[in-house]
Design a protein around this ligand. Structure first.
Ligand code: FAD
Ligand code: 2HG
Ligand code: ZN
Length: 475
């Protein structure tokens, strides 16, 4: 990579993009130089905000000629500092903030075409206005963008029923490192013209090009939903409960999220207005959502009956079902505020692990015990998408420790220990957040030569100059 950035390149970019699309003002750039969790701060030569794919192409061509790195950035909510530049100050941040149009939304085709900078909650609202929904949601929905969600193959809280972003992307428009526009937006249900570039770009974390728009699958709006908060004594019962609910309610179960008592305590301590849903505190809690299409029986009744039976069978200890939309939202807020509450509490060594679903209940207990034994004083906070076999197995410092110093000195050894436990069970060290820069060393340490070699070969073939988000996903 070229070490010095010619002033003439910045001048050319400034002229190309105009004042709305180009800034080097440190105050304008500052919020976009640090990751959401506040762990990594970088520097950039300029913040570029192109207004359309043609401008993206021009930027990529200029950067390619000058061999200057580009860091694509959407909402900057990455959990792995994937959108944060390195400290060299050479990179150009390419923000999609000005590409926010929903180009089309067809209820007939069940397809929306959204530009990369469209914010997830805006897409939710637009789909709802036409009796449809985009069935992927996560706590960062007010900032996360379509480009970022596709590029990380995001998961969230409805994967159980609808899959991750890859399952919802029907087509992609992207500027490749060559500067060519790949126009793959057409939402064909069948297309066998060789390698699937759409799926290659999804989950590529901005290392293979810049996504400028995506065609996305919509589903009919749910006519009704039931949201329950369930108290449990132990994790094995959670899995038994999930299988029992599936037998009774089929694929109407959209979310099956696990929340330990400590996560609820953190949320109640840090989030104004949050209230405990059950009178008694339970070691574990589940947030379950079930929906029903028009004309189907009321999901409240079905879920109430199923949970009543589960309590009688000893699988659950207590449960409450939201009686209104406001109550349902309040329950969801408890679940969705965990990251924010954990952040307010201090640093943590964060892990985003996947295991076969059936292995997760035991791992939650035994894995945590092993980590806490090996690193005395640390506190495991594991929560998340139990129904998908994916939890955020975060490790907090001993009480009273300087959290940043602790993360610096012990974080690496703790992560290696956690990832080795997960690896021994055939799991993954990145279920949904990607690799970015914070998991890069661990990915390289644990990946098989076959996996790493193939990924590097793809990268070298598509981005020979290495300008696209260097230092993320691959070394
Ligand atoms: P950014 O953070 O800006 O970028 C993410 C990555 O994508 C970077 O590598 C970036 O370079 C690349 N990128 C961004 N836009 C483009 C583009 N147009 N073309 C090419 N590359 C691009 N994730 C989950 O999967 N499930 C969750 O439940 C979940 N919950 C979250 C909750 C909170 C509170 C937060 C802060 C994050 C959460 N995340 C979750 C992380 C998740 O990865 C992001 O929210 C989302 O996918 C990133 O979108 P973004 O627009 O912020 O992307
Ligand atoms: C969630 O499921 C997110 O809430 C964030 O993926 C997880 O903060 C985390 O570790
Ligand atoms: Zn998650």
């Amino acid at each position: 990579m070229n070490a010095t950035l010619a002033p003439s390149l910045l001048e050319t970019l400034a002229t190309l993009l105009g004042p709305r699309g180009f800034t080097t003002d440190p105050a304008d750039m500052a919020p976009w130089l640090t990751d959401w969790r506040g762990r990594v701060t970088g520097a950039a030569a300029a913040l570029l905000s192109p207004a359309h794919p043609g401008e993206v192409q021009a930027i990529v061509r200029l950067a390619g000629q000058a061999r200057v790195p580009i860091v694509p950035q959407g909402g900057n909510t990455s959990m792995v500092a994937g959108a944060t530049p390195d400290k060299s100050g050479q990179a150009l941040i390419l923000s999609t903030r000005r590409m926010r149009a929903i180009r089309s939304l067809s209820a007939g085709d069940n397809v929306a075409v959204a530009e990369a900078g469209v914010i997830l909650s805006d897409l939710h609202d637009a789909a709802e206005a036409q009796g449809r929904r985009f069935p992927l949601s996560l706590a960062a929905k007010g900032s996360a963008t379509i480009g970022g969600l596709v590029s990380t193959n995001a998961g969230g809280t409805q994967v159980l029923r609808f899959g991750t972003m890859r399952a919802l992307v029907l087509g992609i428009e992207a500027v490749l490192p060559s500067g060519d526009l790949f126009d793959g937006l057409t939402a064909l249900r069948k297309d066998n013209r060789g390698y699937d570039l759409r799926q290659l770009l999804a989950g590529a974390e901005g290392t293979l090009g810049i996504i400028t728009a995506a065609s996305l699958r919509l589903v009919p709006a749910a006519a009704a939903r039931a949201v329950a908060w369930v108290g449990l004594a132990e994790t094995e019962a959670a899995l038994a409960l999930l299988r029992r609910l599936e037998a009774r309610l089929g694929d109407t179960i959209e979310s099956f999220e696990i929340v330990p008592a400590e996560a609820l305590r953190l949320v109640l301590a840090h989030v104004p207005g949050a209230r405990a849903p059950l009178e008694t505190r339970h070691a574990w809690n589940l947030l379950i959502e079930v929906t029903a299409p028009e004309g189907a029986p009321d999901p409240q009744d079905a879920l109430t009956a199923a949970l009543g039976d589960a309590i009688e069978a000893g699988l659950a200890q207590d449960a409450t079902i939201a009686a209104s939309e406001a109550q349902a939202e309040a329950l969801w807020k408890l679940r969705e505020s965990i990251s924010e509450a954990e952040r307010a509490d201090g640093m943590a060594a964060k892990h985003d692990v996947a295991l076969p679903v059936s292995a997760m209940p035991r791992f939650l207990i035994e894995g945590a015990a092993e980590v806490e034994r090996r690193f005395p004083g640390v506190r495991v906070l594991a929560f998340g998408h139990l129904g998908d076999g994916n939890v955020h197995f975060n490790v907090r410092p001993p009480i009273g420790a300087n959290d940043r110093a602790w993360l610096e000195s012990d974080g690496g050894a703790i992560s290696a220990f956690v990832h080795d436990l997960v690896g021994a069970e055939g799991g993954s060290l990145s279920a949904e957040h990607g690799i970015g820069q914070t998991k890069l060393a661990e990915f390289v340490r644990t990946a098989s030569p076959a996996r790493l070699g193939a990924l590097k070969a793809i990268k070298a073939a598509l981005d020979p100059a290495g300008i696209m988000n260097p230092g993320k996903l691959l070394p």
